[in-house]
Ligand binder design. Structure first.
Ligand code: TEU
Ligand code: CA
Length: 564
């Protein structure tokens, strides 16, 4: 690939240089799931050279930062979230040179690039764990979280406490015959938790972080960061079921999640990033109420992570009042100079369009909110071309979560769940063309997961030609975001409710006021703009503006420039 820096790329760099705020506070992020993005060598598995070959798509779309799910050495039992070597690349994804080329090629296009760090756990096939589990006295004996058994009433070994894994049903402790001890696994049994209280573990992991920063990576997404450090005394969690951060839980995670030590670890990682110039970014995958998650970013005087995911929109009902309440809360908990994040989908959760019943008008409304709200929008590959869940029965699942949690579930119940238990359904190959295998891999090759049946109509090539496509709408919105200081870094003023289905807010920067209005109802809605306005973008041709008032078609959104 040797495309010169495109016009958009150049405009973006200039906009970034002019910005008063750090680049990461107003960037836009695109998640690449490398296994399903582009296969360069015809083995049916996406890889790093494949990502490089498709970077221009991201430039065309207009996003500014690319985040890649893990491609490090791994037995791939959780498709890379089970790392067996942090400093090298899994052979199916490429080589260390490919990773370097990816960093450099992204930068050449004006894109920032963020890698995915799984700090909480390794694979049980990592040499550290193989050594650690071999005896109670080996040099790595204390590199993982080990605990002696308690005895139950019949004298059998029982786990040290009541902690459940993040998957809720399984317990967090796994028995090890060699050591006659339990090890902690906050996620799946083959993902043992590292012991972040061990000085050698910290030194080794921090050193690895520095290695990638020296190679030029612009930051990291931190996998289940809130699970990195549990209660040191291993006290029980409160046993009451509860909804915590919007997620129903079988017990209250008060000793396992978002502990004081986790907030402190955020500060330690930040200090490492701050050794490097220009600015790098840390984006935490953390779960909990936004008022708690805020402490990862700013805890007393100490700076921590730059950004955390706010996942509420992933499950929120499509409703103006629900969205308004969420925006109000994010604005309250993450006031400037902090920046909230907005996420509609990722590699773990239901595709947003599927959640919306396939209604692309609604997807366009959500796209408008995503790209114009204050903070950092995060897109997942395929979201921009209206990709949907592809139903795959549990019996065929490659996803270990489906295999652990879902295997005993009857299929009818699985189908009825609001979330996909089998995460394969949201990880099907990216749809590039109407050709064989959607252009993901060559003709005649079987991709690692089947494509969605709709790839012939919904693919990058087809959508790029259609000025009315969702892809075109995303391009318009992201371009506006780059051009308009008000959208990039302006303040946000949420209008009080005026009609049940209407949501409306202003973005305000020096000398510029933009109004974003969306109608989430089934009948047309009118929004007064008083002082006259110019329509910059609309998701629907049925929206009309007459100087002082705009009529919004059902499920339509507009961006308007207000007269000063
Ligand atoms: O996910 C953490 C997590 O708790 C959820 O997103 C989870 O995948 C979901 O609720 C299960 O249905 C992160 C990664 O995003 C995920 O892909 C990994 O499997 C997991 O950590 C373990 O590393
Ligand atoms: Ca490949």
């Amino acid at each position: 690939m040797s495309t010169p820096l495109s016009g958009t790329g150049a405009a973006r760099i200039v906009a970034t240089m002019r910005a008063a705020k750090p680049w990461w506070a107003s960037t836009s992020i695109y998640q690449v799931y490398p296994r399903s993005f582009a296969d360069s060598n015809g083995d049916g598995i996406g890889d790093l050279p494949g990502v490089v070959s498709r970077l221009d798509h991201l430039v065309e779309l207009g996003v500014e930062t690319v985040w890649l799910s893990p491609f490090f050495c791994s037995p791939q039992r959780d498709f890379g979230y089970d790392v067996s070597g942090y400093r090298d690349v899994a052979p199916e994804y490429g080589t260390l040179e490919d990773a370097q080329r990816l960093i450099d090629e992204a930068h050449r296009r004006g894109l920032a690039i963020v890698f995915d760090l799984v700090l909480n756990h390794t694979s049980d096939e990592h040499p550290w764990f193989i050594e650690s589990r071999s005896s109670r006295t080996n040099p790595k004996a204390d590199w993982y979280v080990w605990a002696d058994a308690k005895r139950d009433r019949l004298g059998r070994p029982a786990p040290p406490n009541n902690w459940r894994s993040e998957l809720q049903l399984p317990r967090a402790w796994q028995w090890c015959e060699e050591r006659q001890q339990w090890y902690l696994a906050s996620f799946l049994s083959f993902q043992p938790d590292l012991n972040w209280r061990n000085a050698e573990v910290r030194a080794e992991m921090f050193d690895m972080v520095r290695m990638w920063l020296r190679r030029g990576v612009d930051g990291f997404r931190l996998d289940i960061f809130g699970s990195c450090m549990q209660d040191a005394a291993l006290r029980d969690n409160d046993r009451w079921p509860r909804i915590y951060g919007g997620i129903p839980r079988l017990q209250t995670p008060n000793r396992t999640l978002n502990t004081e030590d986790c907030f402190a670890l955020a500060g330690d990682l930040r200090a490492i990033c701050d050794e490097f110039a220009p600015d790098r970014v840390l984006l935490g995958e953390v779960f909990g109420p936004s008022s708690v998650l805020r402490r990862y970013v700013s805890d007393g005087d100490r700076a921590g992570l730059h950004l955390v995911f706010l996942f509420d929109f992933l499950a929120a009902r499509y409703s103006a009042s629900v969205y308004r309440a969420l925006i109000e809360r994010f604005e309250r908990d993450f006031p400037a100079p902090m920046a909230p994040t907005y996420v509609l989908e990722n590699h773990d959760r239901t595709r947003s369009l599927s959640r919306l019943g396939g209604d692309q008008r609604k997807a366009r409304v959500l796209a408008a909110l995503l790209c114009t709200l204050r903070g950092v929008p995060v897109l997942y590959q395929g979201q921009e071309i209206a990709m949907e869940n592809r139903y795959i029965p549990l019996a065929d699942a490659k996803d270990p979560v489906a295999n652990v949690v879902g295997k005993r579930l009857p299929e009818w119940l699985n189908r009825a769940l609001p979330e996909r238990l089998n995460r394969d359904e949201v990880r099907t190959p990216m749809q590039w063309t109407a050709g064989p295998n959607g252009g993901f891999c060559p003709e005649g090759v079987t991709p690692w997961l089947p494509l969605h049946d709709n790839w012939r109509e919904r693919n990058v090539e087809t959508e790029a030609r259609d000025p009315d496509s969702l892809f075109a709408w995303y391009r318009t919105l992201l371009a506006l975001r780059t051009e308009r200081a008000a959208l990039r870094e302006g303040a946000l003023e949420l209008a009080p409710e005026e009609a049940r289905d209407v949501i409306r807010f202003d973005r305000i920067a020096a000398g510029e006021r933009l109004t974003i209005a969306a109608n989430l109802g089934d009948s047309p809605a009118r929004v007064r703009l008083d002082d006259g306005a110019t329509l910059l973008a609309t998701s629907d041709r049925g929206c009309a503006l007459d100087h002082r008032e705009v009529t919004l078609a059902p499920h339509a959104a507009i961006v308007a420039l207000r007269a000063r």
